[in-house]
Write a protein that binds this ligand. Structure first.
Ligand SMILES: NC(=O)c1ccc[n+]([C@@H]2O[C@H](COP(=O)([O-])OP(=O)(O)OC[C@H]3O[C@@H](n4cnc5c(N)ncnc54)[C@H](O)[C@@H]3O)[C@@H](O)[C@H]2O)c1
Length: 343
């Protein structure tokens, strides 16, 4: 397949790129490198796994009018649309910036798809934010929509535009409404992604802060399971379109996440507690029966196993190891030591 991945240098996008290359597909990645990191694409760019010549990275903003020519030039069989402004709090402080990236950028992508005659677009929607505070958990796709932040509104608008292009021009979009995704390459320095944030803090010997009493619960889905859902959506029959929840259906509390990570990191400091942050959901979990039925997808990695894999990866991230009395991070490499792959 000829594939296009927007947001290719990001956490999920780069993991998808590696998977597509490993399966023998041709991949063009588009990214403006705003929150993504080109080093996530080192393997792809070096042509490992016999992928030499099958990957190209184009540095481009999805709002740029040039996108139309770029997509036509590639003429992909499928577009995976993951590029987005992903910082929820930034969307609150600057909703117009968020909308330019996530709404206007997605419209530009819809237009580019239409003009290039691309039918299948697989979109990274937000399952954690599209339902607001659902009355019942796990929440189904048909439950009332209640986006409560500019980010949530913009991500939902992306789904709606893709749906409108399906009706007007025969696009065959599949929107994967993702739960809380975690795993290797999630930015451990960012604010989002409690597993990456807690994991990196505990590995560095810093205590973590739990906002609220630790009972807030999320549906954590491992990145490889999410990538599997994107691949299965790409191969789904043309009649399969619409929105599919991608999660585990399970609620895991913040306290449980801390306990699981601390159990892998002896002598972890106990968490510090702070007031709950206003506007944060108490609990969310996604019902994924529809994805199982139509896409044949279900998650394979449970949260204990996924956390173990993530912590293993975090231990290889330069700068995260605790400082020893000699002033060198414990476990850090010295010059000339072998550099091992991070994933
Ligand atoms: N991580 C999660 O838990 C989660 C949950 C639900 C939905 N999603 C969605 O999945 C997608 C990927 O998220 P992620 O966690 O990998 O985040 P990420 O920040 O690692 O990846 C996003 C990528 O998009 C790029 N980008 C941002 N704006 C761009 C623009 N205007 N033009 C071109 N590139 C741009 C960034 O540089 C980055 O590489 C996003 O669409 C996000 O909304 C993520």
């Amino acid at each position: 397949m000829r594939t296009l991945v927007t947001g290719a240098a990001g956490f999920i996008g780069s993991t998808l790129v590696d998977r597509l290359l490993a399966e023998g597909h041709h991949v063009v990645g588009i990214d403006n490198l705003s929150s993504g990191d080109a080093t996530n694409l080192d393997r792809a760019l070096r042509g490992e796994d016999a992928s030499a010549g099958r990957f190209t990275l184009v540095k481009l903003d999805i709002q740029n009018p040039e996108l139309v020519d770029v997509v036509s030039g590639i003429n992909p069989d499928v577009i995976f649309h993951l590029a987005a402004q992903v910082d929820l709090r930034a969307s609150v402080t600057d909703p117009q910036f968020d909308a330019r990236s996530n709404v206007l950028g997605t419209i530009n992508l819809c237009e580019a798809s239409r003009r290039a005659g691309v039918r299948r677009v697989v979109y990274a929607a937000s399952g954690g934010s599209r339902y607001g505070t659902p009355a019942r958990l796990p929440v189904e796709e048909g439950s009332p929509l209640a986006p409560l932040s500019p980010y949530a509104v913009a991500k939902l608008a992306g789904e709606l535009y893709l749906g409108a292009y399906a009706g007007m021009y025969g696009l065959e979009p599949i929107c994967l409404a993702l739960a809380n995704v975690y795993g290797p390459r999630q930015n451990p320095h960012g604010e989002a992604g409690v597993i990456a944030v807690f994991g990196s803090a505990l590995i560095s010997g810093r205590p973590v802060t739990v906002y609220g009493d630790g009972t807030a619960a999320r549906d954590y889905v491992y990145v490889d399971d999410v990538v599997e859902a994107f691949v299965q959506a790409a191969h789904a029959p043309a009649s399969v379109t619409g929105t599919y929840n991608i999660g585990t259906g399970r609620q895991t509390t913040v306290a449980e996440v801390h306990r699981l990570i601390a159990s892998l990191q002896p002598e972890s400091a106990p968490p510090l507690y702070a007031d709950a942050r206003t506007g944060e959901l108490q609990a969310i979990a996604l019902d994924t029966r529809r994805a199982k039925q139509d896409l044949g997808w279900s998650p394979a990695v449970d949260v204990a196993e996924g956390i173990q894999r993530t912590v293993q990866w975090l231990r290889t991230v330069p700068g995260l190891a605790p400082i020893s009395s000699a002033g060198r991070p414990i476990g850090a490499r010295s010059a000339g030591e072998e550099v091992r792959s991070a994933s």
